[in-house]
Design a protein around this ligand. Structure first.
Ligand SMILES: C[S@@+](CC[C@H](N)C(=O)[O-])C[C@H]1O[C@@H](n2cnc3c(N)ncnc32)[C@H](O)[C@@H]1O
Length: 237
């Protein structure tokens, strides 16, 4: 894995690499499996993964979703791409039993893959970090095969007002668009049959909440009820 900082296309990506390498070193990469598992399982069901699918896991972190998909795409392949090489080192360590997963270091804005390669793309809680989301969508369209499907799952978007609190706390800049703005963005960048769905988080909420993002457990329950935004689109056939 070539991890020279100079190989990233922008300073914004270098900052993301530094920040998420720190998350990985602090064990936050593995914690995210618990936080994102329920909404991701609902998305995986909609993806209808087939044994021969070639799937890109964009912003794969420690690769837990890549591994879940690789079990189903047993005759295909999963490529986990992330800007943070520390995340990928952990992903590789946890994936030694899988012959059909590759982890690749790079940016969503310059995807190191050939044209028309993937039949499906999943991106969990990563898309709002991209400094140039349009560029990432153009890259996705380039690496996706004709008729391939894109699934972008995000908890931070304008219509879930609780998530906007994260913007001032996160150490890297993020984008906050509404559902309607995201749909228009995907359409502008050539995706077809664009849909948006709300994915409520059905995981149990403890009766008391002691973290920093919500005032109390009731707020956390409401955040989960509003749910994540799932954007779905297809490349033309
Ligand atoms: C909140 S974590 C989510 C990780 C994983 N999908 C999960 O749910 O556990 C966001 C991930 O996106 C990656 N990321 C952020 N910006 C990126 C970019 N421009 N290109 C590729 N990956 C990026 C980060 O390094 C990080 O691993």
């Amino acid at each position: 894995m070539d991890t020279k900082v100079s190989a990233l296309p922008s300073q914004a990506d270098q900052k993301l690499q530094q920040e998420f390498n720190q998350w990985a070193a602090a064990g936050r990469g593995d914690e995210m499996e618990d936080h994102h598992s329920d909404i991701t399982e609902q998305t995986l069901a909609l993806m209808d993964i087939q044994p021969a699918d070639r799937i890109l896991d964009l912003g794969c972190g420690t690769g837990w979703a890549s591994r879940r998909m690789a079990r189903v795409a047993a005759a295909g392949e999963v490529v986990g791409l992330d800007v943070a090489d520390e995340m990928l080192r952990r992903a590789e360590r946890s994936s030694t039993a899988f012959k059909n997963i590759r982890y690749v270091w790079g940016s969503a804005e310059k995807i190191p893959a050939g044209d028309s390669y993937f039949s499906k793309v999943l991106s969990v809680e990563s898309f709002y970090y991209y400094a140039d989301q349009g560029k990432a969508l153009d890259e996705l369209r380039r690496v996706m095969a004709p008729g391939a499907q894109l699934f972008i799952l995000i908890n931070l978007y304008k219509d879930n007002h609780y998530s906007l609190r994260w913007m001032t706390e996160l150490k890297v800049p993020v984008q906050a668009l509404s559902e309607a703005e995201y749909k228009a963005l995907l359409e502008k960048h050539g995706f077809r049959n664009v849909q948006a769905r709300r994915i409520p988080d059905r995981s149990p909420t403890p009766e008391t909440y002691s973290g920093k993002w919500f005032k109390n457990a009731e707020e956390l329950k409401d955040f989960k009820r509003i749910g994540a935004l799932l954007l779905i689109g297809e490349t033309s056939r």
